[in-house]
Write a protein that binds this ligand. Sequence first.
Ligand SMILES: Nc1ncnc2c1ncn2[C@@H]1O[C@H](COP(=O)(O)OP(=O)(O)OP(=O)(O)O)[C@@H](O)[C@H]1O
Ligand SMILES: [Mg+2]
Length: 236
Amino acid sequence: MSGNGAEAFLNLHNISRCYRQGDSRQQVLHDLNGTIQRGEILALLGRSGCGKSTLLNIIGGIDQPTSGSIRIDGVDLTGLDEHSRTMFRRHHIGFVYQFFNLLPTLNVVDNLLLPLELNGWSKEQSRQRIQELLEAIELPGHDTSYPDQLSGGEQQRVAVARALAHRPKLILADEPTGNLDAQSGKSVLNLLERMVREENSTMVLVTHSQAVASRADRTLTLADGKLQPASVGMLW
Ligand SMILES: Nc1ncnc2c1ncn2[C@@H]1O[C@H](COP(=O)(O)OP(=O)(O)OP(=O)(O)O)[C@@H](O)[C@H]1O
Ligand SMILES: [Mg+2]
């Protein structure tokens, strides 16, 4: 909390997540607490397997904690039933993954249109928004290309635009540059940061790269199931 009584944009309270497999039980998140302010870009570092994707999926309502609660912009996500959680996610959250995740049977424009249709945008609103997005991603001549006709970096630019198309309040990016060479990674990160700032959105950005993390407003490390201040020079 900010200490002045105002509630943080995102509030994680005593989050635990255990996985059971047969008789064994693995506690990945352990009474984890944390807050993120509106408009903040938070980088999340941590060793492979420490639970970063698990935490992102819990924040995004794809997975549920074993215990604890999450509030996003005043809404208690853990208090919602599955349908309401899905609706909340569709409306307010945008995901960017490591492996692009565009729909292979849809061209660039139709991939961008999908979140707008799911959110009930009118044809005219959608047309305008798609125009803005196409300008932002700067892939002239590729409007009707299919994902397999684009490079990895180009696909990820489209994926970034798709994640932000419907102006979600919160962007969850799970190693968005992890599968790209340095130059494409930089261009994707520039686009992501610019769009998040322009939309005054909030972002949690999982990365293994200190260079990527240095672009964030704040960096935390996930270790021993909890969020910890990142130590200087830590690299994974
Ligand atoms: N559905 C599942 N069932 C059982 N165990 C799981 C499941 N999902 C994740 N785990 C375990 O939880 C731990 C955390 O996984 P997670 O994918 O969150 O790590 P991560 O920090 O994202 O790692 P990476 O940096 O490699 O992506 C791992 O030990 C993983 O094996
Ligand atoms: Mg992961």
